[in-house]
Design a protein around this ligand. Sequence first.
Ligand SMILES: Cc1ncc(C[n+]2csc(CCOP(=O)(O)OP(=O)(O)O)c2C)c(N)n1
Ligand SMILES: [Mg+2]
Length: 332
Amino acid sequence: MTLKNKASKTGSVLTSEQKEQALRDMLLVRRFEEKAGQLYGMGLIGGFCHLYIGQEAVVVGIGLVMKQGDRSITSYRDHGQMLVAGMTPRGVMAELTGRSGGYSHGKGGSMHMFSREKEFYGGHGIVGAQVSIGTGLAFASKYRDEDSVSIVYFGDGAVNQGQVYESFNLAALLKLPCLYVIENNRYGMGTSVERASASKDLSQNGSPWGIPSLKVDGMNVEAVYGAAKTAMDHCRSGKGPFLLEMETYRYRGHSMSDPAKYRPRSEVDDMRSHHDPIEMLKSEMLQEGYTEEAFKALDKEIKEIVQDSAIFAQESPLPDEKELWTDILVEA
Ligand SMILES: Cc1ncc(C[n+]2csc(CCOP(=O)(O)OP(=O)(O)O)c2C)c(N)n1
Ligand SMILES: [Mg+2]
């Protein structure tokens, strides 16, 4: 059953405080990612680095609905999820640069960061792996009778993995508090979703198991918030899983080494100029009395936070050699 996303039809659902929060959070993710891109270009970040620029409304809109104790898990495109989960920009940036001040003590990098304190469970480089692990997190919640929802993010390129459907079955069967979020940014590396998926309406992919769903304008933070509220209320009230398909877009390449030959420049330009989540929210707020000066001050404050994280990361020492022998095995 795909429901209509009422939030995008009925106009404003966010209070002005929530809008300011959403603007702040989206700007933090955007500026953080821009800085990560710069540090990568300077050779300070090694290995892979997948930027989230363009997709900010998804994680921020859902973040506005999350409560303490809710869990989240995602793919390698994970920096935004971590910041919204409340992990510090310093700790995330230091991990990106492989320093001891990072969340995995500099041993994990971009794709392998976790925080049990903030209930963020990674950071997974194996496409689709986080879906079954995230379903397990929801199982744990139900088993321990905890009031928490597990939010499982995955891409259009992961959606047709076998383990995704096994997870759907188990979650629906056991009525697990699991919110599945497909971030349909139209491409899995260089392959468009049209070329990769026989199912043309991904929001319907949970229907054989009776998982209710919404297709959402993932560039509109208010629409995301409205849909997430419906979905999280459903999961929290013991009715089982819910599926959200977020129609979104990544402005940058798949990773830093993407030649980007698979999509026309005009497509990217159109999304940036006409559908940018930050610009759309900002212009709505300006109409409601928010000022350009307030925006500039906020942006300056965010840039300082991000700059501080970059300085911290560069000043943090490399991991000690003895770290080679830590965090290898957990004896439960
Ligand atoms: C099991 C597995 N197969 C293939 C890959 C290589 N790979 C890395 S990212 C990716 C595309 C995934 O695209 P999508 O799920 O749409 O996520 P996005 O990058 O768009 O966020 C592929 C095929 C992998 N990491 N794991
Ligand atoms: Mg994708």
